[in-house]
Design a binder for this molecule. Structure first.
Ligand code: FE2
Ligand code: FE2
Length: 322
């Protein structure tokens, strides 16, 4: 086995070397209290495929990933599917609602900006939930069918091309949220609580990025190997990618008067069509303005643009549509 950890290493080493592995272990359904048992002994006891476990640990603890092809070959897909499904449950049912509760405690709900930050977070949570539920209901069942030796007309690339929200767009929303809290939220009263929730957001971001990276590489390539299996009917040779490529921003720049007006109307809750009518321009022009604004400010969500508009005096708080 290539990588930092091997079958004969004590399981406790995995955690004492990197506390983040605690989450990974629980997602495999392995509970603590393994004493001096080795990785192989603990996995056997918990009915977890040892090679898949080691591959995931080595993937997460060594970011070099020089031996990705070898790693992919060691993956047992049913074990991987269980792991990913448990990770989804962790994010949707536990981690994201927990951060929301903390956020509610940390921000002053009488403040308009606090309400918008919460709205922003809710939009982010909804995006992650839709994304992961799509994987649960479309991607995973497809792989389960392949494992049963059955293949329909679609391939992984077809299914993932209809995927709700890409990994990069979800991560971008979280980066924006952090930026907005750091730049614009005055934390006079609950400074400790707010830094605490920010730390949580940083940690969940790292966790989410690792999850996505594993899906894009290990999982995706293991499924593609299976798709090429001669045991399946009508195999096709075709490359597929789980997630579309990220969109980069050019950084901040000065906003034109027209762009400031578009932001003001967005913050008032107007649709692109309504903005076009009000400004006597085409809907396409509004969309171009919005793209340029998002690129300049690196803010894409409506709630984020609204916060920007309030903080920069483009709109009065009373005129904002919540
Ligand atoms: Fe996922
Ligand atoms: Fe995903």
């Amino acid at each position: 086995m290539t990588g930092r950890y091997h079958e004969t290493d004590p399981m406790s080493d995995v955690i004492s070397d990197d506390y983040r592995m605690l989450q990974m272990i629980s997602r495999f359904g392995i509970t603590l209290g393994f004493g001096d048992q080795t990785v192989a002994e603990t996995c056997k006891k918990a009915n977890v495929d040892t090679q898949t476990f080691l591959t995931v640990v080595n993937f997460l603890t060594d970011t070099n990933h020089a031996h990705i092809t070898e790693m992919v070959e060691r993956i047992d897909l049913p074990t991987m599917l269980r792991y990913l499904r448990n990770s989804h449950n962790y994010f949707i049912d536990y981690r994201l609602p927990q951060i929301r509760r903390k956020l509610l405690q940390a921000i002053d709900m009488h403040s308009q900006i606090a309400m918008l930050i919460l709205k922003f977070y809710d939009e982010y949570m909804a995006e992650v939930t839709r994304h992961m539920e799509y994987e649960n209901t479309h991607v995973h069942p497809y792989v389960e069918e392949l494992l049963q030796g059955r293949r329909g007309q679609q391939r992984l690339s077809d299914i993932t091309s209809q995927h709700e929200g890409s990994h990069s767009s979800i991560d971008r929303s979280l980066t924006e949220l952090k930026g907005i809290i750091i730049k614009y939220y005055p934390s006079d009263q609950n400074a400790a609580l707010l830094s605490d929730v920010l730390m949580d957001i940083y940690m969940v971001e790292e966790d989410f990025l690792n999850h996505c990276h594993m899906e894009d590489t290990l999982f995706c390539q293991a499924v593609q190997q299976l798709e090429k299996s001669p045991l399946l009917s009508s195999p096709k040779e075709e490359e597929s990618t789980l997630i579309p490529s990220p969109v980069g921003g050019d950084g901040e720049g000065m906003l034109s008067d027209r762009e400031r007006e578009v932001i003001r109307l967005v913050a008032m809750g107007l649709s692109n069509k309504e903005i076009a009518e009000k400004m006597f321009i085409a809907v396409n022009t509004v969309m171009t303005h919005r793209r340029n604004i998002s690129r300049k400010l690196d803010i894409h969500a409506t709630a984020g643009l609204t916060i920007y508009a309030i903080v920069n005096g483009i709109i009065n708080v009373e005129d904002v549509k919540l």
